[in-house]
Design a binder for this molecule. Structure first.
Ligand SMILES: C[S@@+](CC[C@H](N)C(=O)[O-])C[C@H]1O[C@@H](n2cnc3c(N)ncnc32)[C@H](O)[C@@H]1O
Length: 274
């Protein structure tokens, strides 16, 4: 008689203990299962192989061989229309009195158009890494009577532009050649006033853009300059660059997106601002 309450209590206590152990085990199992599932939902991890061509400035793509041809190469007919260059200058808010830079100016095709737009009260920095082009532009400016063009010789990671002073910067058909694109963009940004705009004019096409998007979705990095035929011959080397790469690199250098506009195919302009 005296043992019945004791056995009832023992059974009750044993059941409660068993249930709480089962609940704890079930929680632990669910927690571990969730931890195992988590990596597939996170950003794609980067293996050391994928990062093997990341440059010191953080860019993970090879760049085109730098152009060294005639300074007159880009003076071809209809270039104003193909690049809709007056519209590009409007998008960049370039006007009379503006201080602007043409980075990677080559023979100065764009520098003289900028000089006409900003007029005598404005200033154009025609910037290059090769002295043969800055010398050509300086002579050209004298010959054509532009007193508002100044040449600047920079390096591949520093354009040597004056700090905090520019209203706009244009990089025409040159960004794909920049050996250290992010280092250049950070320096260019530092040369611009707050709110000043930067325009990249480059070439791409739908298949190249799809390739860029798919590669990024798969690996989380752009391993190579997509569409490249790397035969190291500047005459046949492919100088296209998907706009997504330009947009992404500009953002990582601290620029804010403004808009990307199609020019005459295959050209486009990506506009960003400090
Ligand atoms: C294809 S040319 C274009 C010239 C000019 N912008 C035009 O379209 O008429 C590219 C130019 O970019 C210059 N360049 C390449 N890397 C550069 C860099 N890191 N900084 C400045 N200029 C660079 C080259 O010297 C070359 O003159």
């Amino acid at each position: 008689m005296t043992r019945r309450p004791f056995s009832f209590l023992s059974i009750f206590a044993g059941t409660v203990a068993a249930l709480s152990i089962a609940a704890t085990l079930s929680m632990a199992f669910r927690y571990n299962a969730a931890r195992r599932a988590a990596p597939s939902q996170a950003a794609p991890s980067k293996t050391s192989d994928q990062n093997s061509d990341v440059k010191p400035d953080g860019t993970a793509r090879p760049t085109a061989q730098s152009w060294t041809g005639s300074p007159l190469e880009f003076e071809y007919a209809n270039r104003d229309q193909t690049l809709r260059i007056q519209k590009v200058m409007d998008l960049l808010k370039i006007k009379r009195g503006s201080r602007v830079a043409d980075v990677g100016a080559g023979g100065g095709w764009l520098s003289v158009r900028l000089a006409r737009r900003v007029e005598a009260s404005g200033l154009v920095y025609a910037q290059e890494i090769l002295p043969k082009y800055t010398q050509f532009i300086a002579q050209r400016a004298r010959r054509e009577g532009f007193q508002n063009i100044r040449t600047i010789l920079g390096t591949t990671d520093n354009p040597k532009l004056p700090a905090n002073s520019l209203d706009a910067v244009v990089i025409l058909n040159a960004y794909h050649e920049f050996d250290k694109p992010l280092a250049m963009l950070r320096q260019i940004r530092a040369s611009m006033k707050a709110g000043a705009r930067l325009g990249f004019i480059e070439r791409d096409e739908p298949a190249l853009r799809r390739e860029a998007q798919e590669a990024y979705a798969k690996t989380g990095v752009i391993k190579r300059r997509l569409g490249e035929r790397s035969d190291n011959n500047p005459a046949t080397d492919d100088h296209r660059l998907a706009r997504e790469i330009v947009q992404r690199e500009a953002a990582s250098a601290g620029f804010k997106a403004v808009k990307t506009v199609d020019l005459e195919a295959p050209f486009y302009v990506v506009v960003v601002q400090r």
